[in-house]
Design a binder for this molecule. Structure first.
Ligand SMILES: Nc1ncnc2c1ncn2[C@@H]1O[C@H](COP(=O)(O)OP(=O)(O)O)[C@@H](O)[C@H]1O
Ligand SMILES: [Mg+2]
Length: 429
């Protein structure tokens, strides 16, 4: 019978009560522990935890429900459970990364997940061009750590947007700028991901002329059947963030799903009420099926052996590896173990020695770093941005053609660099 601790500061909240009841229903032992009453004891021997001044008894799993106001302490407690090999569906890193909207989008953006065009600038002089790059005004201005729709503002025009950003920055708030996805018309989709599946989904609609669809902002919710693209996007986004239980918020744009954020402590009330589904039960069932596999920081563990480590290797077109099986290749000779093989968007975990390698494959390997050096994947080349063509496409005039050939692309940038170099305040932060 697994013993589960729910880390929550709100024992009376709907979500906490439902999770505790679902665990009890299934005959598990469960306790709700106030996250802020832990003490993290560190000594050379082994990681330990105190709760309300006494040594914590053994648990098989935790369900962290860490509120935005206690992210630092809360993730430290979760990390301590990880060090003690207690299962958690959401890792401390996953929680911290998803809490910061900028950090989350930075991580998602390398994985071919649709996200709204977003930019982060600091200098006032860069705001105007930043707004243009994300599609112009009206533009979304977002606090990096807002929740429940608070801290999401629609800047109607460039001047007002600049003023809002300046005001927020003067109170030491970091903000990002995002394309206003007008075609989603005040609606968004919340997919509740548990493990590798979307177990429930709702479409939320903002009330009146509000554009934010959060239930806390008066939005209404209805159950929705997600098509394949939307559910795959939601599951992949949660996986990339290291979250096995997550609420993935997506806008329905003309180009398909755009992930806005991935919530690590999704509220259950709205989604259970709208769908009538036992979401809490599904979460508890998933966790109890996983308790034997607490998360391991693979890189941390594998790099303890001197000279060894994990690296991503690329099978280049001209490489001797192309067409060979892993068994025939120099990988096997050099005792380089292939942990996963990435081909396009497919991942083959633990490929066998008879697996044939193709040009373009990327291999996550463990081995002696020195033997892997010459096979290392190069940094990805930067793709040039593909812009939408004007409708109908216009042929450049002869004049424009010769002008663009002459002016160096960074001309304007160089001029600004010079101006900054002579500005005595430019280095003062
Ligand atoms: N780029 C955008 N375009 C259109 N609507 C948006 C955009 N970003 C956010 N919204 C609306 O605002 C709501 C809150 O934004 P979100 O990023 O999820 O922040 P929060 O953490 O406060 O929920 C979304 O549910 C959506 O309705
Ligand atoms: Mg949201």
């Amino acid at each position: 019978m697994p013993k589960i601790a729910i880390l929550s500061r709100a024992p009376g909240s709907y979500s906490t009560k439902r999770l505790a009841a679902a665990a009890l229903d299934r005959g598990h032992k469960v306790r709700v522990l106030n996250t802020l009453r832990f003490a993290i004891d560190l000594s050379g021997n082994e990681p330990d935890l105190q709760f309300r001044g006494r040594r914590l008894s053994d648990y098989d799993a935790i369900i962290p429900r860490i509120g935005a106001s206690i992210t630092y302490f809360g993730t430290a407690v979760v990390r301590q459970f990880e060090q003690m090999d207690v299962y958690t569906p959401n890792t401390s890193n996953g929680i911290a990364n998803s809490r910061d909207k900028l950090r989350a989008l930075q991580i998602l953006s390398r994985h071919d997940i649709g996200i709204p065009e977003t930019t982060f600038v600091r200098d006032r002089a860069d705001v105007k061009s930043a707004i243009e790059r994300v599609g112009g005004a009206p533009v979304i201005i977002k606090l990096i750590e807002g929740t429940q729709g608070i801290g999401v503002i629609l800047g109607p025009d460039v001047k007002t947007a600049e003023a809002i950003i300046e005001t927020l920055q003067s109170t030491r708030q970091n903000v990002l700028l995002q394309r206003f996805v007008a075609e989603s018309r005040g609606t968004d989709v919340r997919a509740l991901v548990v493990g590798d599946r979307v177990i429930a989904a709702i479409r939320r609609t903002a009330s009146g002329d509000e554009f934010r669809s959060n239930v806390h902002r008066g939005g209404s919710a209805e159950q929705v059947e997600l098509d394949e693209t939307y559910s795959r996007t939601a599951v992949r986004a949660a996986q990339i963030m290291g979250l096995r239980v997550a609420g993935v918020d997506m806008l329905e744009s003309d180009q398909g799903p755009l992930v806005m954020e991935v919530n690590s402590s999704p509220g259950l009330q709205g989604i259970e009420t709208a769908t009538g589904l036992d979401v809490a039960g599904a979460i508890v069932d998933f966790i109890t099926s996983q308790v034997d596999f607490p998360d391991i920081d693979v890189r941390q563990r594998l790099t303890v052996s001197t000279g060894h480590g994990v690296a991503e290797l690329a099978v280049k077109e001209e490489s001797d590896l192309v067409g060979k099986t892993i068994g025939e290749s120099e990988l096997d000779e050099n005792k380089i173990r292939v942990l996963t093989l990435h081909r396009g968007v497919d991942v083959m975990p633990n490929p066998g020695t008879s697996q044939v390698l193709e040009s373009g494959d990327r291999l996550l390997c463990f081995g002696r770093l020195e033997s892997m050096r010459h096979l290392r994947a190069e940094r990805r080349p930067r793709r040039s941005r593909v812009r939408k063509l004007p409708d109908p496409p216009l042929e450049p005039t002869e004049q424009e053609r010769s002008a663009s050939a002459e002016s160096p692309p960074d001309g304007d940038f160089q001029a600004r660099e010079v101006r900054h170099a002579i500005d005595p305040d430019s280095e003062i932060d």
